[in-house]
Design a protein. Structure first.
Length: 331
């Protein structure tokens, strides 16, 4: 685990311990204050991000001032926390931001429609980056590159295997700590929880419907596994037929989908520019899927990728799903 200031802090503690042995508690208290002054541990926020199988600890002695968001969902998370004045750029925006964030968003430079080059990122002079897990691979901005250029980073918990709404809440709270806006983060989390609870109260006693998430793929479908969409489906009164798989997203076989014959099919739309109707047409004409009950009964609906990644859109996503799965609960 990479840990800044660990050696200096350890030496300070040893120094304080020695003083205690010779001079007593008064000297210890004074020494402890000196250690805190050196290490900054009263004000340092330490956050660990796991990249691959390595943990990286980032020490934040103050709130970042020039943050760059490398995903749509982290951009909206940060805007929900009112951090637009601390943002030096955004990239990889799947959709237009929510209307309530548009005025703030338009003041932030857009570095790229996808990932910017390393040169373009450095030109924005960031002191912090966050976004998709793919942002921190060797192809883009690996931890060594970020450390070399004195850029802190945070990989959202919602990007981890097995993420759920608790992961989203943790992301908001950790961003709140990093940027010193904890009260604002707590208010955002409280609001999201209340909205989801109002939907959950309508659906939790009902029999869950089975759901297949169709992301993409003709010869073999790509679908959601053990990741946030599965929890959103559950909160809406459904059960993802591949939610128990040991991967966040995975490729399966059409024969498996047909065998399970889900009650509903949720079609993913990557961006507002994508024509999701082509995926629906495929399901209606494909030799295997056209016989599915969900297809024959037109129980297919579209959800945007931005809706099922972590952020302020999640309550509306849960309600949209629930209204499809259990329309009787909303009459």
């Amino acid at each position: 685990m990479k840990k800044h200031n660990a050696k200096r802090l350890t030496c300070g503690v040893i120094y304080a311990f020695i003083l205690t042995l010779f001079l007593g508690q008064t000297a210890f208290a004074s020494a402890k204050r000196q250690v805190e002054a050196v290490s900054g541990n009263k004000d340092v926020i330490t956050v660990v991000s796991r990249i691959g199988d390595v943990d990286y600890a980032e020490d934040f002695t103050e709130a970042p001032r020039r943050a760059v968001s490398l995903s749509h969902f982290t951009t909206e998370m940060m805007l929900a926390l009112g951090l637009e004045h601390s943002m030096a750029g955004v990239a990889w925006m799947d959709n237009e931001v929510l209307p309530e964030f548009m005025a703030a968003f338009e003041k932030i430079p857009n570095l790229s429609d996808r990932y910017p080059s390393q040169e373009a990122l450095l030109n924005a002079a960031p002191d912090f980056v966050t976004g998709w897990s793919s942002a921190f691979t060797e192809k883009n901005f690996p931890p060594a590159f970020l450390e070399q250029n004195t850029i802190s980073f945070y990989l959202p918990r919602v990007e981890y295997l097995g993420s759920n709404m608790d992961s989203v809440y943790e992301d908001f709270m950790l961003l709140g700590r990093i940027f010193r806006v904890e009260a604002r983060a707590a208010a955002v989390v409280k609001n999201i929880k209340e909205k989801i609870a109002s939907v959950r109260n309508k659906t939790e006693a009902l029999q869950p419907v089975t759901v297949f998430v169709y992301d993409s793929g003709d010869t073999a479908p790509y679908t959601a596994g053990n990741a946030l969409p599965t929890d959103l489906i559950k909160l809406a009164g459904g059960k993802n037929i591949y939610g128990g798989e040991p991967k966040k997203w995975l490729t399966v076989q059409w024969e498996s989908v047909v065998q399970q014959n889900p009650d509903w099919i949720m079609v993913m739309q990557y961006s507002s520019a994508e024509d999701a109707s082509k995926k629906i047409d495929f399901l209606k004409t494909h030799d295997g899927t056209k016989s599915l009950d969900a297809v024959k009964n037109n129980r297919i609906f579209v959800m945007g990728l931005a809706d099922v990644t972590g952020g302020p859109r999640n309550p509306a996503a849960v309600e949209t799903m629930a209204r499809h799965f259990h329309p009787e609960a909303f009459k």
